[in-house]
Ligand binder design. Structure first.
Ligand code: NDP
Ligand code: OXD
Length: 313
């Protein structure tokens, strides 16, 4: 069995070493431009188009992340690039949901207790007590009730704030008021004090966090974007912050990454930025999951985590 590996962020060497160790029966190599030698599987993160083109031999492409938007974008721009019979498989949790829970709980508590405002007051040496937010009306809406969103929503119920969830199909999660489909989007948004975005980036979800959505929230609402930059219409967010409709935002993902030096988000008061680290891909857990799936496919068994390219996630 032959596997090609491509890792955009890191040095590929530790991935090569660990994947080879997990699958000693496989011949694993790091893909370099020009490599068209046969391969059964590809394990990739943000690989270039050339890796996928003219590769009818690939049985499956394993994405080293939960979101497959970068791969599907290649296919959208140049249809027919992805091997037609290869499965596209995403990471399912592999240690990411715990990290998302940490980020979400941290931001809910930070904004509920107005800690970001106390930080600012401290910088000005001001001893000032702020009116606390009422927990009972601090409604948090989680967009996306998948592997990550459902776990986040569930964990937020323990904080005593009302929690809503939004997905395409109806989900039942104890303690979470769930809404499904575009027809229930407004009801999901109406009066929510905070939104946490964990949707996949698809043509249907692009720009979903826009002026119209912000208007439906409670005045002085909070936005936490942990999914993908193109979910947010940047100018609409800046306007909503200027008017006070959105009080503060914690953003982990952006249209362009790294966030360009001249982007106004860097200097907008009450926007907090992290560099796409809400849930990082953990090497050990991810390789274990992928190795198990490759072995299952080799035995002709079904696997989970297969992306429906038409649906986009
Ligand atoms: P899943 O595929 O498990 O869940 C996606 C959820 O979104 C599902 O509940 C799905 O609905 C819902 N959904 C999809 N399209 C729509 C739509 N048009 N309208 C309403 N709901 C919709 O994904 P994960 O939970 O594993 O990951 C979510 C995203 O998080 C990833 O795609 C990625 O972009 C982002 N991410 C970001 C990271 C970071 O570090 N910042 C790290 C990891 C992931 P249904 O349940 O009905 O199918
Ligand atoms: C992912 C990511 O999709 O890291 O896994 O953003």
């Amino acid at each position: 069995m032959k596997i090609i590996l491509y890792e955009h962020n890191d040095d590929a060497a530790p991935w090569l070493q660990d994947l080879s160790r997990a699958l000693p029966e496989a011949d694993v190599r790091v893909w370099e431009p020009g490599d068209t030698a046969p391969a059964d599987y590809a394990v990739v993160w943000r690989a270039p188009r050339e890796l996928f083109a003219n590769r009818p031999d690939l049985k499956a492409v394993f994405n080293l992340g939960a979101g497959v938007d970068a791969i599907l974008d290649i296919e959208r721009k140049e249809p027919g690039t992805l091997p037609p019979n290869a499965l596209l498989v995403r990471l399912e949790d592999s240690g990411m949901s715990q990290q998302m829970v940490e980020y979400a709980v941290y931001t809910v508590l930070r904004y509920l207790r107005r800690m970001d405002e106390y930080d600012a007051l401290q910088r000005e040496h001001r001893w000032e007590k702020l009116e606390p937010h009422a927990r009972s009306t601090f409604t948090v809406g989680v967009l996306g009730m998948g592997v990550l969103g459902a776990r986040v929503a569930q964990s937020l119920t323990t904080l005593g704030v009302p929690v809503r969830g939004f997905s395409r199909t109806k989900r039942e999660i104890e303690g979470v008021q769930t809404f499904a489909g575009a027809g229930q989007f407004d009801a999901f948004l109406d009066g929510a004090k905070m939104l946490i975005n964990l949707l996949p980036h698809t043509p249907d979800t692009e720009g979903i966090l826009n002026a119209r959505a912000f208007e439906r929230l409670a005045p002085g609402a909070y936005l936490v974007n942990l999914a993908r930059g193109p979910h947010v219409v940047d100018n609409d967010l800046l306007q909503a912050m200027k008017s006070g409709q959105i009080a503060a935002a914690a953003l982990d993902v952006f249209h362009q990454e790294p966030l360009p030096d001249n982007h106004p988000f860097w200097t907008t008061p009450r926007i907090e930025i992290t560099p796409h680290v809400a849930a990082i891909t953990l090497r050990e857990e991810s390789i274990e999951q992928i190795a198990l799936k490759i072995r299952a496919l080799t035995r002709g068994e079904p696997i989970s985590g297969i992306v429906d390219a038409k649906r986009g996630y």
